[in-house]
Design a protein around this ligand. Structure first.
Ligand SMILES: Cc1cc2nc3c(=O)[nH]c(=O)nc-3n(C[C@H](O)[C@H](O)[C@H](O)COP(=O)(O)OP(=O)(O)OC[C@H]3O[C@@H](n4cnc5c(N)ncnc54)[C@H](O)[C@@H]3O)c2cc1C
Length: 356
């Protein structure tokens, strides 16, 4: 399966290079726009995107816009203006979705708001000890209610420049969450690679602690291809619902970085964090979805973000059997993928999100 995916990617890359060599960049752009781009991208301009969101809303689906780009350790060519620009684009996505679609969500990659190296440092502080998780989350939440650009906690662990950079990132996240809460938009933080995920959780749960008191505004993402997924979601749910007494929101996915994870584990002689095979990932997914269904309610919402028909069927069946209200559970599919699943789901009025 992995080898076939790599082979297809290589064939595609070669094909695109050949089109560019023979027809030039204009020809390549035209070809991509008419094929892959129109199939998978909702629009190039706000106007095009609005039209697309309206079309999808007309078919009974809701939108989940994605803005910004991720960055990994060693790829930090970005300056503060780039992070600020990403933040503006996310704020624009909130505006656009709130005036085009009912009860929208947005997805964002936090690695587009601060340097990946700092994200790793924050992750290390978060996981340092049993108590440090709650302490870090509370320190970030506390920072969100202050009107200061420099983080006042972590004096002994981060230097002045790091605290300054973290302070600016927390400020951006606060602006995003504040706007989202005011416009009734849900903020779903994407999961990325495992070496970034602890830092992402620290920031995401910090924002949730500050903004989820009445409803789950900020949600984290859980990758079920990870062996530790079940433990992770239970810990984070406990931290928010019991530790700081706020609502919990989860996006449940299988996971998109399998090749990178396995490569990294091999290179660094670490244990492979990914389930042994596809069936083990699917068992994990269905088990965690079942657990979330036992928790679903006004203070716990979740979205089954998957194209897998079996997993979707299982969630719908359990919702029907246990009479779980649709407003607590949604389904998410990427734009241009799996229409054969999305349209029937929208027809039976399941709460369906289309990710752009
Ligand atoms: C709305 C939406 C939001 C998403 N957000 C994120 C996100 O924030 N972070 C993220 O990482 N991904 C995200 N994804 C992608 C997601 O993680 C999956 O890669 C993608 O959806 C395919 O999984 P599936 O359940 O849809 O389909 P399926 O075809 O049933 O599953 C494919 C997945 O199974 C797993 N898998 C395949 N082969 C193996 C193997 N040999 N061993 C172990 N596991 C295997 C992999 O995770 C693979 O992607 C998102 C997807 C959607 C629809």
């Amino acid at each position: 399966m992995d080898q076939r995916a790599i082979f297809l990617k290589e064939v595609f890359n070669e094909l695109m290079k050949w089109v560019e060599r023979t027809g030039g960049e204009v020809c390549l752009r035209l070809l991509l726009k008419r094929t892959l781009y129109e199939q998978f991208v909702g629009g190039e301009t706000p106007r095009e995107l609005r039209q697309c969101v309206r079309k999808v809303s007309g078919a009974g689906m809701r939108c989940m816009l994605a803005a910004t780009m991720e960055e990994d350790v060693g790829q930090e060519r970005r300056a503060e203006e780039v992070y600020q620009g990403n933040c503006r684009r996310i704020l624009d996505a909130i505006e656009l979705s709130s005036d085009t679609c009912p009860s929208p969500m947005i997805q964002l990659k936090l690695s587009g708001l601060l340097p990946a190296r700092l994200l790793v440092r924050v992750g290390d502080l978060y996981t340092a000890s049993m108590d440090s998780r709650l302490r870090t989350v509370e320190a970030i939440a506390d920072q969100m209610v202050k009107d200061s650009n420099q983080v006042s906690a972590f004096q002994e662990s981060l230097d002045c420049a790091e605290r300054d950079t973290l302070g600016k990132a927390v400020r951006r996240l606060k602006d995003i969450c504040e706007r989202a809460r005011c416009k009734n938009v849900r903020v779903l933080v994407d999961a990325e690679c495992t070496h970034l995920n602890e830092g992402l959780s620290a920031l995401c749960l910090g924002a949730a602690a500050a903004f989820n008191s009445e409803v789950p505004v900020v949600w984290n993402t859980y990758q079920c291809y990870l062996k530790e997924a079940d433990q992770r979601i239970r810990e984070e749910m406990g931290l928010l619902s019991e530790g700081v007494n706020v609502c919990f929101g989860a996006k449940l996915v299988r996971g998109a970085y399998m090749l990178q994870e396995r490569q990294r584990a091999q290179q660094q002689s670490l244990p492979d964090p990914i389930c042994d095979d596809y069936n083990a990932t699917s068992t994990n997914y269905d088990k965690i979805a079942s657990f979330l269904l036992t928790q679903a309610g006004p203070r716990c919402h979740f979205i089954a973000a998957t194209h897998n028909e079996e997993s979707i069927r299982l969630v719908i069946q359990r919702m029907e059997d246990e009479k779980i209200d649709r407003c607590f559970v949604s389904f998410g599919q990427l734009y241009g993928m799996c229409d054969q699943v999305s349209y029937p789901l929208a027809n039976v009025r399941q709460s369906l999100r289309r990710g752009f």
